[in-house]
Write a protein that binds this ligand. Structure first.
Ligand SMILES: O=C(O)c1ccccc1NCC(=O)[C@H](O)[C@H](O)COP(=O)(O)O
Length: 218
């Protein structure tokens, strides 16, 4: 069953509404330089309003953060999933795996070419999920840019992998058909402005996933 993650949330009512739509994961950007940044205490406040969704993955997205920073954020916010979205080494990922054994662990890689895809494969034994995102020279994520999915024709990692980068209600179905991921992750394709999600677009996305051949008005 395809998993769906909506990332870059900052507002509690939107988080509750998106959880009610039945998504599998919601993401909070813990990267201070991002326009979608949200402080650990605010994440915790949102998560306390999501107790009726015990299966929901509440994902903290970090990029090149210190282990201590991740630890403090996990303790303050109550997130159950850690997404490492920077240039974290396999050794660092292994240390995070050991310290947060009960948390779901996602390693995101920004794919530029075959070499970066090969590098992604190397992280598969270390994590629960690989997330493949677009490479951008100046932005770490939330770029709204798709990438060359043809690179994925022989990609078969030993763990589940999720597709990200420039997905929208309009292109998600064809992206899934072409690349066959275990999940998808969207941010800017379902928002009004950074951090402010567009619930109508999330609903349009879910309709598109239910009926891949329908024309979606977005
Ligand atoms: O979204 C951000 O602002 C961000 C900043 C720094 C690191 C990661 C970030 N986002 C990570 C995500 O998981 C996004 O959902 C992913 O990059 C896809 O974004 P989009 O292309 O806008 O759908």
């Amino acid at each position: 069953m395809l998993k769906l993650k909506i990332c870059g949330l900052t507002q509690a009512p939107q988080a509750v509404a998106i959880a009610q739509l039945g998504v599998d994961a919601i993401g909070f950007i813990c990267v201070p330089s991002s326009p979608r940044y949200i402080a650990p205490g605010q994440i915790g406040n949102i998560i306390t309003q999501l107790t009726e969704f015990p299966q929901l993955l509440t994902v903290g997205v970090f990029a090149n953060a210190e282990l201590e920073t991740i630890n403090d954020t996990v303790n303050t916010s109550g997130i159950n999933t850690i997404q490492l979205h920077g240039q974290e080494s396999p050794e660092f990922v292994t240390a995070i795996r050991a310290k947060f054994a009960n948390h779901t662990l996602i390693k995101a890689l920004r794919i530029k070419d075959q070499a970066s895809l090969d590098q992604a494969q190397a992280y598969a034994p270390l994590v629960d999920i690989l997330l493949l995102d677009a490479y951008h020279p100046e932005q770490l994520g939330g770029t709204g840019q798709a990438w060359d999915w043809n690179l994925l024709s022989h990609f078969q990692p030993e763990c589940p992998w999720w597709l990200a980068g420039g997905l929208t209600p309009n292109n998600a179905s064809s992206a899934i058909a072409q690349t066959q991921p275990d999940g998808i992750d969207l941010s800017s394709g379902v928002e009004h402005s950074p951090g402010n999600k567009d619930l109508a677009k999330v609903q349009a996305l879910m309709r598109a996933l239910e009926n891949p051949f329908a024309l979606i008005p977005f």
